[in-house]
Design a binder for this molecule. Structure first.
Ligand code: GLU
Length: 502
């Protein structure tokens, strides 16, 4: 393996959505491969045909690409080690399974489900760890089943599986890059099924064969696969193959340190995309679930390039990583705060154009969709939005008339004089030649202060009438951006609809 080009893989089963844990596994494999100037490969593990979901493969790859995790070889891209879908490699597994049968490392098993279950219950009752009882282990392999009985069953064509024979009294030892040395006693290892009765290999068998044939140098995957390692290593030994290096990633935990909930809403990457998170924030967030740069680094915001540069498996921790959505939200805000304005314009313009297909605006469309206008909205709203789409959705009053006014705020802010004050102030606004924040502020103050009133008597009602809501950016700047015509139209329409007492 010395000097070999690094090759890593992400090997999802196409059973539905991409779990955030899966995204982390893919990301770490990708970061490590790129850091080492190697290749990152996607292999689809669809040997459990009953769990296969139509379209899941495409969706998985699309979601990874959205995150910037692009494979060097995959079912879609091809490569020198294909096919990259296990159901298209059945002949390969058949051949290697025959080799294990010939070498007496594997045997046929005709046990029925009922028999296996009965055996399991019995062992549990006896306080033993349930394992196959080796009823069908042939005499010549140290078992008690005569060859004639096996032959007879095979001739009958009865359904069977093929199991590996785990050697007795050995210990299986390996060094995990993250966990250090790990050891298993073979007494705890079951005679794993390699080939199922439907002719498909099990995950364990297919993944070992493929990991070897596809020449992976490093296997990086979730902790849940750690206990499978001894079976895999025994298979490598049976074939006389050198196993790849392995790293098992820490569990993802909820805030209460329970295993990260499986409820789809919480763990499907696609849901986070739908909510509006950007790939930068998600990738950054997921990268930190188990990895950190090490002491002395205060950095929390990393680009993909920086992650590739700094990532190392040695800095992945053993302890479970807490999945903290507040951290993700914080990161999303950091990205919005620091993203160049032109980039944000590019993101929000299509969102606005799509909205304009659904809803008419009373403002000139060429104005509100212009770069200059959107840049002004961004400047005012950058610190206030949690997602990029909120420059449109949470700030719709910059493009559309308010449909309702916050009634609570109206009740709080309207007095018997409010509409009259607004009417008079509208005349002043109308007369302004320069409709700037500064000018509006000066004139508002000059209008109310001599009456012994505070600016607030107009500020709040103006905001409610022009935006529909009681919070937002600096009122004067917001009015400047909206423009004189829109502001006057909204105030006049508003006071027609609101009369005191409200
Ligand atoms: N198909 C397995 C999964 O869905 C892959 C495990 C591995 O990486 O070996 O997680």
């Amino acid at each position: 393996m010395v000097g070999q080009r690094v090759r890593t893989r992400f090997a999802p089963s196409p059973t539905g959505y991409l779990h955030v844990g899966g995204l982390r596994t893919a990301l770490y494999n990708f970061l490590f491969a790129k850091k080492m100037h190697g290749d990152f490969i996607i292999r689809i593990e669809d040997t459990d045909q009953s769990r296969k979901v139509e379209g899941a493969q495409r969706d998985l790859i699309k979601t990874l690409e959205w995150a910037g995790i692009v494979a060097d070889e995959s079912p879609e891209k091809g490569g020198n080690f294909g096919p990259y879908i296990q159901s298209e490699r059945l002949g390969i597994y058949g051949k290697y399974c025959q080799q294990l049968l010939d070498d007496q490392h594997a045997y046929y098993c005709f046990a029925t489900h009922e028999e296996l279950e009965e055996n399991r219950q019995l062992q549990i009752k006896q306080g033993l760890q349930p394992k196959y009882n080796r009823k069908w282990l042939p005499e010549e392999m140290g078992g008690s089943m005569p060859p004639s009985a096996i032959r007879k069953k095979l001739d009958e064509g009865g359904p069977y599986v093929i199991r590996m024979k785990v050697p007795d009294y050995v210990s299986v030892w390996f060094e995990d890059i993250i966990r250090g040395p790990v050891e298993f006693d073979s007494a705890t290892i079951d005679d794993q099924v390699l080939m199922k009765s439907d002719g498909f290999p099990t995950y364990h068998f297919a993944s070992v064969i493929d990991d070897h044939l596809m020449e992976f140098t490093h296997i990086i995957r979730g902790e849940e696969w750690l206990s499978s390692m001894p079976k895999h290593l025994l298979l490598y030994e049976f074939f006389g193959w050198e196993p790849p290096k392995v790293a098992h990633l820490p569990l993802l935990l909820n805030a209460d340190r329970s295993k990260l909930s499986k409820r789809q809403g919480d763990v499907a990457v696609e849901d986070y995309i739908r909510k509006g998170y950007s790939s930068d924030a998600i990738v950054n967030f997921v990268a930190m679930l188990g990895w950190n740069e090490g002491e002395g680094s205060e950095q929390e915001v990393y680009s993909m390039e920086q992650l590739i540069d700094k990532f190392s498996l040695e800095r992945v921790g053993k302890a479970g990583a807490v999945f903290n959505v507040d951290k993700l939200n914080w990161l999303e805000k950091q990205y919005i705060k620091n993203r160049p304005t032109e980039k944000l314009v590019d993101v929000i313009k299509p969102i606005l154009l799509a909205e304009l297909e659904q809803k008419k605006s009373l403002m000139p469309e060429e104005m509100i969709t212009s770069d200059a206008y959107l840049e002004k909205v961004i400047e005012l709203m950058r610190e206030r939005v949690g997602f990029e789409h909120e420059f449109v959705t949470f700030s719709s009053y910059f493009y559309f008339e308010p449909e309702v006014y916050d009634q609570e705020a109206v009740r709080k802010r309207w007095t018997i004089e409010t509409n009259e004050l607004l009417r008079e102030f509208t005349d002043i606004l109308y007369s302004l030649e320069v409709f700037s924040a500064e000018n509006i502020e000066t004139h508002l103050k000059e209008f109310v202060l001599p009456k012994g009133m505070k600016a607030a008597v107009l500020i709040h009602p103006l905001r409610i009438l022009t935006s529909g809501v009681s919070f937002g950016p600096s009122l004067y700047h917001m009015l400047e951006v909206l423009g004189k015509e829109t502001v006057l139209r909204r105030i006049l329409k508003g006071i027609e609809n609101i009369s005191f007492p409200v």
